[in-house]
Write a protein that binds this ligand. Sequence first.
Ligand code: NAD
Length: 458
Amino acid sequence: MRVSIIGSGYVGLVSAACLAEVGNKVLCCDIDTAKIDQLKSGSSPIYEPGLDELLERNQREQRLDFSACIEDAVNHAELIFICVGTPPKEDGSADLQHVVRVAQQIAEHMNGFKVIINKSTVPVGTGERVAEEVRRVLIQRNALHPFTVVSNPEFLKEGAAIDDFLRPDRIVLGTDHTPAGQRALRMMKALYAPFQRHHERLICMDVRSAELTKYAANAMLATRISFMNELANLAEKIGADIEQVRAGIGSDPRIGFSFLYAGCGYGGSCFPKDVRALIQTGVDAGENLSILRAVNNSNQRQKRVLVEKIIQRFGEDLSNMTFAMWGLAFKPETDDMREASSRTIAAELVLRGATVQAFDPIANETARRAMDEDLTNFRQDGPLLGHFEIVKTQEDTLINADALIVCTEWRMFKSPDFLMLSRTLREKAVFDGRNLYDPALLADYGLIYEGVGRRAEP
Ligand code: NAD
């Protein structure tokens, strides 16, 4: 089939590469001409395991091409995916300006039947809004081409996105009951047929339910994390160990082990923004989503949990202190720094005069840009007392460091040389935001260990 993808970010590129991989002719479009030039020259603007290889093969075999021209994309295919960003507005609601703009542009160039597929995460009612925009522009053009809008939210996880797309748990399709909607459903079923394994993965529903499904999934996962974070904070105060509690409750199949890890808060491009957007949808609909408000507030606090432990140990003035920071990305296997906890922690320490020496195996470049932005914002409120630096290796972070902070659970950080850490760190302190280490083992090495909800003695 012929497919166009508008928006070549994490979702757009992965979708494009995977759809091309099974034989579709895919044209991937973006307004960012530098990104398109880079993609055309054979290099990917984002890090995602396995993506480079898929992009290269499908480009070489001429199933995948890139363009900065939306007209080309509209002409190329009947199936047009919208994969642009839906960042949060000031009030937390999703900013739909990119989605609406793309809808208008599709309508400006429409030349026949089109299926417009919303893959971006969008609030309930956006399918109708997109349809209204398209209809309005078509009426202006006096060109009444048939079209329909499908909701096909994306559930891929950064870091495992290719596998998630090629072998999905489920594919949600929201369509309406018009003949065009039903025709679109047949086309979408055919498009996704190669990604179904032993049994049906498609879950078909109406557009509004599909839109809500995406938010419900992310809100549920964020809730589990925040629940465990709060229990971890409690466990610390009452002498329990959250890792033992996790093992105890996860073994109940009704609960399960996934997303039960306590830590220094969730980040990324989805959970924080989607929780806030759903709260705002509730406000607009007159429904107070009190659990999600608590989840959001709890996560903001959790991002500061390590900072509080550091202040408790070393005091508010950190001007003579140097911290090694391992991991910057919001989670392993990605270079995504959006709402990463490392940003909050580093900024808070620098504000108190500390030097932070950080290293991430993949996200150093995106982190540099993100931190520059954050620290520039802070600088407007007064001079910065400390200093943030990204160094070349994990070992370099430890030079003259007083303490180590672990922000991201990259595999390479899981089993470090504890003897070397205990000899190198001046204050012999490890602040483990992802509960990677055994407190008792670190104590054996003479290291002070602060995890999230851990008990130091066995
Ligand atoms: P992204 O910021 O990485 O990419 C969005 C791309 O859209 C950018 O390259 C931008 O230049 C482009 N764009 C913006 N306006 C455009 C226009 N008018 N025409 C063409 N291109 C335009 O975003 P992302 O992470 O891929 O997320 C996209 C959507 O998918 C969001 O709604 C997000 O919530 C959702 N989502 C993301 C993930 C994820 O893990 N990143 C997972 C599931 C769903």
